[in-house]
Design a protein around this ligand. Structure first.
Ligand SMILES: [Zn+2]
Length: 310
């Protein structure tokens, strides 16, 4: 029978193996709820008692409950599984690992309410993952965004402007375009909007077609040392590390309605930066520069149900 501390250790292992990576395979024969799309990036793994949650960057959450019988195993791609295939409830593969859940009685997916994604707040924008998406329309929606004071890092998540960009991709797109995440929409001209939309579409499509390959390198204005973006991501999850573009230190803060983590480099992401410094009370700085510490803090039991966490 799995105990809470076993599941905690399992979650820590799954976190190291999966977070920040696009999935190459997802199977769940008894799943209740929508499937995560191939190529979507795992943003977070957390556990609470016998519950284990895996969160994708488009907001989809996989909830598994172990009860008496369930367990998660982590295997190398060519490793032999220690339980029979008939007991498999979930398979999640990334380039180098396969996470398998056996015998969990509860396997379900859902999305938390998010007005940026809710069709009740207007029609959804073009899906950038599709080859036939109207990118000009998308750039137009961005340029004419109703709230011109809104920050670009928030608007990129608004699915009424464009679908497909989640928390991971918004950080990568802004870095690739060297744009300040707090740039107000009013500061962007038509070319900026077109450049952002085209970069986002290229990044998403390249990643969907070649999941597991470095994704940001080769798609940016930076002259990048490929070694520094090994694993694919240039800024997401890399707080405290050197920027592959300029060598400055990558920072992280919590910002916006859902206080999601925003990673960026203040050395090279200067385009349309706000004239005044952003007041401290508007951006909760995450003081500890280590990613593991940030995740640990986000998972403390008394923060788990805090809407400001995670
Ligand atoms: Zn930089």
């Amino acid at each position: 029978m799995p105990e809470g501390d076993t599941i905690n250790r399992t979650a820590a292992a799954l976190r190291i193996a999966l977070v920040g990576k696009p999935i190459t395979r997802f199977e769940a024969p008894r799943l209740v709820g929508p499937q995560p799309a191939q190529g979507r990036i795992v943003e977070r793994v957390s556990s609470h008692g016998k519950h284990l949650e895996i969160v994708w960057d488009d907001g989809l959450i996989l909830h598994t409950h172990m009860r008496m019988s369930g367990s998660w195993h982590l295997y190398r791609v060519d490793e032999r599984w220690r339980r029979p295939v008939g007991q498999v409830r979930v398979i999640i593969a990334v380039s180098d690992w396969v996470a398998v859940c056996f015998n969990a009685p509860v396997v379900e997916t859902y999305r938390k309410f998010d007005r940026h994604r809710h069709p009740g707040f207007g029609p959804l924008g073009p899906d950038l993952c599709r080859d036939d998406a109207d990118l000009d329309e998308c750039a137009n929606l961005l340029y004419h965004y109703a709230d011109q004071t809104a920050r670009i890092s928030e608007v990129l998540l608004d699915q009424h402007v464009m679908c497909g960009v989640g928390n991971v991709y918004r950080c990568e797109v802004l870095w690739a375009c060297k744009m300040h995440p707090f740039a107000p929409i009013s500061a962007l001209d038509g070319d900026d909007c077109t450049h952002l939309v085209n970069t986002a579409a290229r990044l998403l499509r390249a990643n969907l077609h070649t999941a597991g390959q470095p994704m940001t390198s080769g798609l940016t204005a930076h002259r990048v040392t490929t070694d520094l973006v090994r694993g694919g991501l240039a800024v997401y999850g890399r707080n405290g590390q050197r920027c592959a573009g300029c060598g400055d230190t990558i920072e992280v803060c919590r910002t916006g309605v859902n206080a999601r983590l925003l990673y960026w480099c203040h050395g090279c992401q200067v385009l349309h930066g706000p004239q005044r410094a952003v007041p401290v009370d508007e951006q909760e700085r995450v003081m500890d520069p280590h990613p593991a510490a940030a995740k640990y803090l986000a998972e403390l039991p008394w923060r788990r149900h805090d809407p400001m966490a995670g």
